[in-house]
Design a protein around this ligand. Structure first.
Ligand code: SF4
Ligand code: SF4
Length: 187
């Protein structure tokens, strides 16, 4: 875990101040596709106990994120780097006894965090690479030369222009270029 993620985890254990509660947050989430049922969560913990990421992480707890959102701890949820650990495997969604679409709720949190520019640098770098090359990872020159030396055919070229066109309508470029913590005009 990164130092920043550790700090976020510690912050989630800090006493809650009334001034940081946003009582409207849960109602905002109820209106967003995927998180409509967030208030049905009764904190049984099934999502966390069955989550393969939580099993190997000291900090990632989907149940806790949902609880924080229900309480109105909007900034703590959206600033949490643990959000980005979810592998989107949907086990939690399949097993929630209350039909909360947990994986979709995490996706909604991420989208709201991205609107604020709260995206871990590693994902910003991947997104930038996607825009520039059509690949999420830049292929090192050394690897390209190694393929050549082994007589392997060149890798197919990524189509960055098509990627840009596809992502144009969803504020992808704007969000990855926002400074950390920037407020969206749409929120
Ligand atoms: S499994 Fe469903 S009801 Fe239980 S804590 Fe997770 S979201 Fe809430
Ligand atoms: S979708 Fe995310 S939160 Fe749900 S079980 Fe998979 S890794 Fe855990």
């Amino acid at each position: 875990m990164t130092e920043a993620a550790t700090t976020q985890t510690q912050n989630s254990n800090q006493p809650i101040r009334a001034s940081e509660l946003d009582p409207k947050f849960k109602y905002q989430l109820q209106k967003i596709h995927g998180s409509e049922k967030i208030l049905k969560c009764f904190q049984c913990g099934t999502c966390t106990s069955d989550c393969p990421v939580a099993r190997y992480s000291d900090s990632y707890r989907p149940r806790t994120l949902i609880h924080m959102a229900q309480l109105g701890l909007k900034d703590r949820v959206l600033n949490s780097e643990t959000l980005w650990l979810c592998a989107a495997c949907f086990t939690c969604t399949d097993r929630c006894p209350q039909d909360v679409e947990v994986a979709a709720v995490i996706r909604v949190f991420r989208n709201l965090a991205a609107e604020k520019g709260c995206i871990p640098q590693v994902f910003k770098d991947q997104a930038q690479s996607l825009l520039e090359t059509g690949y999420a990872y830049k292929i090192p020159e050394l690897r390209i030369k190694k393929r050549e030396s082994q007589g392997l055919p060149p890798l197919p070229k990524g189509n960055a222009e098509n990627v840009k066109k596809t992502l144009k309508g969803i504020k992808f470029v704007d969000n990855i270029q926002k400074p950390q913590g920037a407020q969206s005009s749409g929120q």
